[in-house]
Design a protein around this ligand. Structure first.
Ligand code: SAM
Length: 380
């Protein structure tokens, strides 16, 4: 498959990140194409004139197709919650010899005087409400807002969220199974940003803060609940990694059980990492024991000295169901572990993680199970 997007006589080379051999998935979709075509048509018909001095805001770009298309526009800012999306965008900008643009995470304020917002609908409605509320408070009323998604992901309830949190809303016809949403910002709807969800896990005396896009942000994940019961307590552990940490629940409990150990919590979501940091400050007697950082799996931590990696892997990336992230996590965990270090993984029974683990690790054993999940321990 050629990773080339050609529109309006311009061609972009666009790859997903990380680049994989024999990739079968594109780095852009019909909603990206529809957004680009819509803006170019509006410019041609002079219903939209862009001012080089005012920002164009791109939200939730998947792998940088929009960032690349609008990079020459002047002040382009790409906002999103994914480190992978940001890294893909940066690689694609460089590969196409395009100028750098600004990047921000979703907790950052909306740039003042934004003239155009191009928003790819996030999967998570809590993030959508957060973003619409941010936009409503900050956008000037002349700002053009166009959202896009697969038609099947735009429900009446989605449009109601736009109407409630940003302003009058209408939709386009579907093109290649994608649709656009046009929304006129209405300052009268401006409201305070939603509070992060905060709830307790009384059995573990933990209080967890969850920013809008955090996995299982409204209650404890049932997989995490089983994994919590099988975190080792061992004075010999010096460095523990919580890989795919979400709100940090696993890393926090590991830190409490092992106060002698340094704990590194890693996630590709900026909101997860921010939540994990806040949760460490809130729940640990020594918050400095825990570091929370963004990364793609453990890309920046190869040849680390970890004694233990704890992992509740994801099984989708953006909207695509995939097990390549779990595989990457297991490969990276092996790289980050010292000899005889252990990886403890929880997974749905049907995912068959033991087969993958046995390809990488000498000793793999099942240490717990319930009707839905299995916990495996693999030793390097
Ligand atoms: N550890 C938390 C728990 O048990 O509740 C969250 C587990 S959740 C199943 C998986 C986490 O992996 C999500 O927070 C997701 O953002 C993160 N993740 C997905 N892809 C990742 C990647 N490539 N690198 C790092 N983290 C990733």
């Amino acid at each position: 498959m050629k990773p080339e997007l050609t529109l309006h006589g311009q061609t972009l080379q666009l790859n997903r990140y990380p680049i994989r051999q024999h990739e079968t998935l594109q780095a852009w979709d019909a909603a990206d194409e529809y957004l680009i075509n819509q803006v170019e048509d509006m410019k041609q018909q002079q219903t939209l004139t862009l001012d080089a001095e005012r920002p164009v805001l791109i939200m939730n770009d998947s792998f940088g197709a929009l960032a690349c298309w609008f990079a020459r526009q002047g002040q382009t800012v790409s906002v999103g919650d994914s480190y992978i999306a940001r890294t893909a965008s940066q690689h694609n900008l460089a590969a196409n010899a395009l100028p750098d643009i600004a990047f921000a995470d979703c907790l950052a304020p909306v740039p003042p005087q934004t003239q155009l917002v191009l928003l790819k609908l996030p999967k998570n409605n809590r993030l959508l409400v957060w973003q619409l509320t941010q936009l409503c408070a900050a956008l000037p009323e002349d700002c053009v807002v166009i959202a896009a998604a697969k038609a099947r992901d735009i429900h009446t309830s989605t449009l109601k969220l736009f109407e409630k949190h940003l302003g009058p809303t209408r939709t386009s016809l579907a093109v290649k199974k994608a649709r656009l949403i046009f929304c006129q910002p209405d300052k009268h709807l401006a409201a305070a940003l939603p509070e992060a969800q905060r709830w307790a896990v009384p059995e573990y005396k933990l209080t967890l803060t969850n920013h809008a896009n955090v996995f299982s942000g409204e209650s404890l994940d049932i997989g995490a609940r089983l994994l919590l019961e099988h975190i080792p307590q061992d004075p010999a552990l010096k460095h523990i990694i919580d890989l795919g940490c979400g709100n940090g629940v696993i890393g926090l409990q590991a830190a409490r059980l092992n106060p002698q150990a340094k704990v590194t919590c890693v996630d590709e979501s900026y909101m997860a990492v921010a939540s994990c940091r806040e949760n460490a400050d809130l729940n640990l007697t020594n918050p400095a024991q825990l570091e929370a950082k963004v990364d793609n799996c453990l890309e920046s931590m190869a040849n680390s000295d970890a004694d233990l990696v704890l992992c509740n892997p994801p099984f989708h990336q953006q909207n695509t169901i995939t097990d390549h992230i779990a595989w990457q996590m297991f490969c990276d965990a092996k790289q980050s572990l010292k000899q005889h270090g252990r990886l403890i993984v929880i997974g749905n029974r049907h995912l068959g993680y033991d087969g993958k683990l046995k390809r990488l690790f000498a000793k793999v054993q099942k240490i717990a199970q319930n009707p839905k999940f299995v916990v495996y321990q693999a030793e390097k």
